[in-house]
Design a binder for this molecule. Structure first.
Ligand SMILES: [Zn+2]
Length: 223
């Protein structure tokens, strides 16, 4: 079973109380589908721990429905309680080192305007997707259409690696013997459907809800 086929186990956890603590914890556990895929196992662990930590004198304490930001999610209680605070702080710390997409160990990465923990593979996929998106827009844009031929530096770096060698033409300067690879707009248009479907596969995969056998070495060139 791959990580992508994992099922969250929150639903299997028993409901064990009618206190404010118990009912709000139930509500929290029912929100499992809103948790980013990579953090669901940790979230299921959190729910288990909170159920196991229930005490009669916690009955009046409740859990506040969380909101998920790009790089983190915070679960809070209606009032400070040291034991619960410790559990929730540990959870926050663990998700900070867990890939938001797949659950493998991750580190904080800047993605657009946000920071989020991602493993090297998912970070590479995100960056490739960003480059593909830019290239697809460029190919369709009026600015790009003014030119007939493009050199390597015109193409976003990771997207360039997805274009097969056969699509490129190498020009050699007879004087300096230096070479330059270029590609025609026609060739880029020819590549367009494949690049678009590659981006769509990444879109689907990076939502974290589907499996993708993405074995190309291209996405491994992430660092
Ligand atoms: Zn990952």
């Amino acid at each position: 079973m791959t990580l992508f086929n994992r099922k969250c186990t929150v639903d299997e956890i028993e409901n064990d109380g009618d206190s404010f603590y118990g009912t709000t914890l139930d509500t929290l556990s029912e929100m499992a589908d809103l948790v980013p895929y990579g953090w669901r196992e940790l979230f299921a662990d959190l729910i288990k721990q909170l159920r196991a930590s229930d005490q009669p004198h916690f009955a009046h304490i409740g859990f506040i429905p969380f909101t998920v930001k790009e790089g983190y999610m915070v679960v809070k209680t209606t009032e400070y309680q040291p034991v619960l605070f410790g559990i929730l702080r540990k959870f926050r710390k663990r998700i900070g080192h867990t890939c938001r997409e797949c659950g493998l160990p991750g580190t904080q990465r800047v993605v657009g305007l946000n920071e989020m923990p991602l493993c090297p593979g998912c970070y590479g996929k995100r960056r490739l997707r960003t480059d593909l998106k830019k290239l697809l827009l460029d190919i369709e844009s009026a600015v790009f259409k003014k030119k007939g031929v493009y050199v390597e530096t015109d193409i976003p770096a990771r997207a360039m690696l997805t274009i097969p060698d056969i699509a490129w033409t190498t020009l050699i300067d007879p004087g300096s013997k230096s070479s330059l690879r270029c590609i025609t707009l026609e060739s880029l248009h020819h590549e367009f459907p494949r690049l678009k479907s590659l981006k769509e596969m990444l879109d689907k995969d990076l939502c974290g809800y589907s499996s993708l056998d993405f074995s190309s070495s291209l996405v491994e060139e992430h660092e």
